[in-house]
Unconditional design. Structure first.
Length: 103
């Protein structure tokens, strides 16, 4: 997954159980996760200070959530950032695990 703006690329680094967002060659942030059959739990999202306020976190959330949807995974947004993103973008509510503690 990539976008043209600022040479941004979002990828699933399965070896480290995290989605990464790169700006050029720099890892600007990541969304850590745990996977079980049919489900993904986002546990922590971090954006490097120098990339704060540029929408990098939102782009990362979109990439990770769209990838989860494409894989048919139900999402548990344990991470406060991912949970807040889903609350602001209800188009992702359909992939939230009904068993998740999410309101």
């Amino acid at each position: 997954m990539s976008t043209d703006a600022e040479h941004i690329e979002i990828s699933n680094n399965a070896a480290q159980s995290r989605y990464e967002i790169r700006v050029g060659e720099v890892v600007a942030g990541f969304a850590a996760y745990h996977v079980r059959p049919g489900k993904i739990t986002f546990t922590h999202t971090e954006i490097a200070d120098e990339f704060e306020g540029r929408g990098i976190g939102s782009k990362l959330a979109i990439g990770a959530l769209d990838d989860a949807r494409a894989a048919g995974l139900l999402v548990t947004p344990q991470c406060p950032f991912i949970a807040a993103y889903i609350r602001r973008h209800p188009e992702y509510l359909d992939i939230v695990d009904p068993a998740a503690d999410f309101d």
